[in-house]
Design a binder for this molecule. Structure first.
Ligand SMILES: CC(C)(COP(=O)(O)OP(=O)(O)OC[C@H]1O[C@@H](n2cnc3c(N)ncnc32)[C@H](O)[C@@H]1OP(=O)(O)O)[C@@H](O)C(=O)NCCC(=O)NCCS
Length: 246
């Protein structure tokens, strides 16, 4: 989750993947833009990923004036876990936590699910498409490795085959989050992500959370259809900008 105060730091993972000195900034407001530009100049940053709340129009306009390019708009939804019951899962897949040895399948699925995705990496024409796919695959792989008391990966199975997954984590004792959710391209449009989302809600509830958070790109209508039908409501939105310093 990125809700909080402004921060900027170098991003080793983006630098390693894309081959340019990279940094990430979150919660950018108009006032901090000089500080942000100063950080990038001092650290010889070539590629900056900067997020601001969509309500910070003045920050967005100031970034536009400075040559930042809009890459995506993230919309966050939250679901109160107590106000109304979590719907029963009437789907045909089995939802269960990932078993040891299944991590490779999750990575491979993520690579295909997010191929040519509409996120900020893929929307930047300067970034290699295969490397953008890899970003999601490695994110999914890291989620598998990091499983513990406060994070889990659940899988959707049919006839023994994993067709989709949801990576989940607790952000605080009150809030769980769906970090990455997807269904194999050949198994989409069959309601499988509904079952995964119900599994996610159940997991958050079992951890004592009061709400579950999830986000996606504003133009990802398929995901939002599933979530709103399960009682998720819009919470906030973020713009993602990229700035190239050359
Ligand atoms: C978004 C996603 C999880 C939806 O999963 P799903 O199991 O296919 O969803 P459903 O079968 O319940 O479909 C939900 C609705 O979206 C529509 N839909 C599903 N996939 C679609 C697609 N690729 N294009 C357009 N609409 C789509 C369905 O037709 C359905 O609408 P309808 O009931 O009005 O007909 C899946 O498409 C996916 O994995 N996409 C890639 C990864 C992703 O976007 N993850 C979410 C953000 S992290």
């Amino acid at each position: 989750m990125e809700f909080g105060a402004f921060s900027v730091s170098l991003s080793a993972i983006d630098e390693e993947r894309f081959g340019h000195k990279a940094a990430r900034a979150s919660m950018v407001s108009k006032d901090v833009i000089p500080e942000l530009m100063d950080f990038c100049a001092k650290n010889d940053v070539k590629f900056l990923i900067a997020r601001c709340q969509s309500s910070e129009i003045k920050a967005a306009q100031e970034m536009e004036r400075a040559g930042f390019l809009l890459m995506d708009t993230l919309i966050y939804y939250s679901r109160d876990l107590h106000r109304t019951p979590i719907p029963e899962d009437d789907g045909s897949v089995t939802i269960r936590p990932l078993h040891p040895g299944e991590e490779g399948r999750i990575k491979e699925l993520a690579q295909r699910m997010f191929h040519k995705y509409v996120g900020h990496y893929h929307m930047d024409e300067r970034l290699d498409g295969d490397k953008c796919d890899e970003a999601y695959a490695s994110w999914a792989a890291i989620s598998c490795v990091n499983r513990g008391p406060d994070s889990e990966v659940i899988a959707a199975l049919s006839e023994g085959s994993i067709l989709g997954f949801a990576a989940l984590r607790m952000n605080s004792p009150q809030e769980g989050e769906g970090v990455l959710v997807g269904v194999s391209p050949e198994a989409q449009k069959k309601g499988i992500s509904k079952s995964l989302m119900i599994g996610g809600l159940d997991w958050c509830l079992s951890k004592g959370a009061d709400q579950m958070l999830i986000s996606t790109q504003m133009i990802n209508t398929a995901a939002q259809k599933v979530w709103t039908r399960l009682g998720f409501e819009p919470a906030r939105a973020m713009y993602t900008f990229h700035k190239w310093f050359d």
